[in-house]
Design a protein around this ligand. Structure first.
Ligand code: SF4
Length: 441
């Protein structure tokens, strides 16, 4: 089974030695044993045991070597398996599919330039296309080019990012814009290494900027492309593992064509997002079905392997919700580094005692406090279990001046982390409902 899957990636003219395992070289169109060995090397089959190439020895007649295929042996002994590819055929199939089915009207695909490609790529990291679209449009309206972004204040940038999560991305955007403006005349340099040195830009994003934004030949390897390549080539193991990652980059580099490179890269991303999906890929409509190792061997459900499970640590905290008689909430700006950096948020404490001491030092009466049920927010590396503590304040003037922040209504709040925004929206709704009930009664 494995044998046939291996050859499926070959163009017909190159399917000889594996297609018919026990055929002699001339039956397979080979002129000599040497040509078989060269083919084996080409196909990454160097590690076949010597005994697998047999010569007829009974009568010492000219050798009629027979290649006994054992691709499983190769898989066992060569985990970095490099299946053969007809790269032209691969990219031609992808481009033909893209012309018919690829996405061509996403906001960052219109008026395409390196800046728009860059911002969209950063937003799309860990985030769905449908979520990104309104953020991208708002961001481009406010910061249409490198210069306008470079001149922006960090809190303005994070305000346009609030809700997307992973706020380091917003800080890196600003830092990179400033670097481009001050060191590269506001343009992206047309060089992979130089782009990769900019804050927050990895190899795949640099490849996307070059290929999609400038039409320079450069490979990409985002999550969607990894999944397609892992399945097509039957690469097992977790793609985050360094050796697998190296192999995937090699493959991606080999397969990237010299023409229409932007369309090709977009096609690979689209195929991963629309057809070769994480669960239940629709192989019947995939241009790579002929030759796809995972599909041929019915292993699409196990390739790519998921990230090995690890226990995520949990951090505990208490969030103080100070609400005054005008129904305003007290918010402070978080430090410029760490989680939710530079966003507005509720005062946060490690313990309830710490929260009460903080209140006491600011003349805030904590006897009316309402300790609410815990909530959980999961970051990439840990869970945050936080307890909201609602504390009504009769009048602002009764509270110490020693408060570094401000009072906001639901209409004036901005740049809030998503879980805090959700919490405050719920509290606001509750407050509105109870006001209505009081008026009625
Ligand atoms: S044939 Fe199926 S598994 Fe293979 S690349 Fe296409 S969609 Fe993915």
């Amino acid at each position: 089974m494995r044998d046939s899957a291996v050859v499926a990636n070959l163009s017909p003219a190159r399917q000889g030695p594996q297609h018919c395992p026990n055929a002699s070289p001339d039956q397979q169109g080979h002129e000599s044993l040497e040509s078989i060995i060269i083919e084996c090397d080409l196909y990454g089959l160097k590690q076949l045991r010597k005994g697998e190439i047999l010569t007829s020895s009974s009568d010492r007649t000219p050798a009629r070597p027979t290649l006994i295929m054992d691709a499983d042996f190769n898989h066992r002994h060569n985990p970095i398996y490099n299946p053969p590819m007809d790269t032209d055929d691969f990219s031609a199939r992808m481009l033909a599919w893209f012309d018919l089915h690829g996405r061509k009207n996403l906001p960052w695909q219109t008026e395409r330039n390196p800046y728009r490609v860059w911002v969209s790529e950063i937003m799309l990291q860990q985030t769905q296309v449908t979520t990104v679209i309104p953020y991208f449009i708002r961001f481009m309206t406010r910061f249409p080019d490198v210069s306008s972004l470079a001149a922006a204040r960090l809190d303005d940038v994070t305000a346009h990012w609030a809700g997307l999560g992973y706020y380091a991305r917003a800080r890196h955007l600003l830092l990179t814009a400033i670097t481009l403006e001050t060191q590269h005349d506001g343009e992206f340099p047309a060089n992979l290494d130089t782009i990769q040195k900019l804050p927050g830009i990895g190899r795949s994003t640099a490849g996307a900027i070059l290929s999609l934004g400038m039409n320079h030949r450069a490979a990409i390897l985002d999550g969607n492309v990894k999944r397609v390549l892992c399945r097509f080539a039957g690469i097992e193991g977790w793609s985050g593992q360094a050796s697998i990652d190296r192999q995937l980059w090699t493959l991606s580099e080999q397969l990237t064509p010299t023409i229409r490179v932007g369309d090709y890269n977009q096609a690979m991303m689209d195929l991963g997002a629309m057809v070769c999906t994480r669960s239940k890929p629709t192989c019947a409509s995939c241009p790579l079905m002929a030759g796809c190792e995972a599909q041929t061997t019915a292993r699409t459900h196990v390739i790519p392997a998921p990230r090995p499970k690890r226990e995520m640590p949990t951090r505990r905290s208490f969030m103080l919700v100070l609400r005054n008689s005008n129904n305003e909430i007290f918010l402070e700006t978080r430090p410029p580094t760490g989680i939710w950096a530079s966003l507005k948020s509720l005062p946060e404490f490690d313990s309830l005692d710490g929260l009460k001491i903080w209140c006491a030092q600011r003349n805030i009466n904590s006897t009316q406090m309402d300790v609410m049920p815990d909530r959980r927010h999961t970051f990439s590396h840990y869970h945050l279990n936080f307890t909201p503590v609602l504390c009504p304040v009769r009048a602002i003037h009764s509270v110490s001046e020693n408060l570094h922040g401000g009072w906001f209504t639901s209409a004036t709040m901005s740049s809030l982390p998503a879980p805090i925004r959700t919490l405050l929206a719920e509290l606001d709704m509750e407050a509105t409902r109870s006001t209505h009930l009081t008026i009625k009664s």
